[in-house]
Design a protein around this ligand. Structure first.
Ligand SMILES: [Fe+2]
Ligand SMILES: [Fe+2]
Length: 410
């Protein structure tokens, strides 16, 4: 019967963990009105939080960084392995930012303390909107058994942790990457290709790391890994190669655009990763539906319509959502996942902050305009309203010039 539906169970659930009772009371007060749409649970420590998670299905956990017995990072690391589907937020004072950066492997988003009520609620609402966009019903039938999807390289967590450690040296990173001989060889091959335009041959991993920076190398690890995992004999090599070129170009251009806007290294490195992986969903489609996707690609090229619209018609979803879903499953930070999910339609994202999304959207359209011939180039449009809202519109000519310079050698 219709009125048997349990609306309580349909509501999204949030668990907030903080050892300071007055903070919890403040948050309870703040979120009081949201009880209609969210189930909100509170815990004063890690153990209590895990007990609640054992009983209830939790969509978002928000944990304070500094707690006795079990820190927020320790708690979120456990949640990451036991409940990978739960979105993990860390709550902390701004002065802890350095430490927060180091905890990135276990966290999707950071919220600063004391909480700004509007920002706090907006961050939660935005996360739910993104998860709804990546709703399983259209994506799962395409990607099939989730457990059969490639996972991140074993050493990736290690690498990420090291990169966030202020004492981390180039030789630490070199040691981790060099343990994967095939990966190291591919990185060196890529950095010595025309993409990077380096004047003389890069001989070893240490040289590559010093010249290009650890963040760029980190994003190459992910890119090479995902291309390796999805490439197969029955996907035409020219399509894969074209996509690879496009992704590296967008990564270079978007990270350059972002470093023109801000000097936050963390944000610039997330931008490079998002740029590299923004079209990862195309690889999933090439592998999972090779025949139908080939005709979708051919049709969109012939009819000069955009590929993501053609995918939408055929599958009810597009490579943007599929790629974002995969990256979300890997636990990459939300600002990377949302850059991928909305790279064709940034205005759909709820915030108007300058995040990797802005740079990836701009770089993707400019790359198609300046380099790609045919496919997607005609139908892809720069979202000028979105750029205006971010006050980036007047900088667009500079970004175009920057990309022209960057792609000149291609
Ligand atoms: Fe795309
Ligand atoms: Fe693209």
């Amino acid at each position: 019967m219709a009125y048997d539906v349990n609306y309580e169970e349909q509501k999204k659930s949030i668990l907030i963990v903080d050892d300071e009772q007055n903070i919890l009371t403040g948050l309870k007060h703040l979120l009081h009105k949201k009880k209609r749409i969210w189930n909100i649970f509170y815990a004063t420590g890690g153990k209590e939080a895990l007990n609640i998670m054992h009983e209830k299905s939790i969509d978002i956990i928000i944990a304070d960084m500094r707690m006795p017995v079990m820190t927020g990072v320790e708690l979120l690391n456990i949640v990451k392995s036991q409940y990978p589907g739960t979105v993990r937020f860390i709550l902390s004072a701004y002065s802890d930012r350095e430490m927060i950066m180091r905890s990135i492997g276990s966290t999707h988003q950071f919220l600063t303390k004391p909480c700004d009520s509007v920002k706090f609620q907006a961050a939660i609402a935005k996360t739910f909107a993104l998860r709804d966009k990546l709703g399983n019903d259209k994506i799962i039938p395409i990607i099939g058994d989730i457990s059969k999807l490639p996972s991140l390289p074993d050493y990736y967590d290690d690498l990420q942790r090291k990169l966030k450690d202020p004492d981390c040296s180039v030789s630490d990173v070199e040691e981790i990457i060099s343990s994967d001989v095939a990966m190291s060889a591919k990185i060196l091959q890529l950095v010595n290709s025309a993409f990077f335009g380096v004047p003389r041959k890069i001989e070893g991993m240490r040289h590559a790391l010093t010249l290009l920076g650890v963040e760029m190398i980190q994003s190459l690890v992910l890119t090479i890994h995902i291309f390796d995992s999805f490439s197969r004999e029955d996907v035409e090599t020219f399509r894969i190669n074209k996509l690879y070129t496009h992704c590296v170009n967008v990564a270079l251009a978007s990270s350059r655009i972002m470093s023109n806007i801000c000097d936050d290294q963390f944000r610039i490195s997330n931008t490079a990763i998002a740029g590299m992986l923004h079209d990862a969903g195309k690889l999933v489609l090439m592998k999972k539906c090779p025949d139908s996707y080939r005709s979708v690609m051919d049709r969109s090229q012939k009819e000069q319509t955009s590929l993501h619209m053609a995918e939408q018609e055929e599958y009810g979803t597009s490579h943007a959502e599929i790629g974002a879903y995969l990256l979300g499953m890997w636990g990459l930070p939300d600002e990377i996942v949302e850059a991928v999910a909305y790279h064709h339609s940034p205005g759909e994202n709820m915030t108007r902050e300058i995040l990797p999304l802005a740079a990836v959207h701009t770089a993707n359209v400019l790359e198609h305009e300046l380099i790609q011939d045919g496919q997607d180039a005609i139908a892809l449009k720069m979202d000028t309203d979105y750029l205006k809202e971010l006050a980036l519109m007047e900088r667009l000519p500079d970004f175009r010039k920057l990309c022209q310079e960057l792609f000149k050698t291609k």
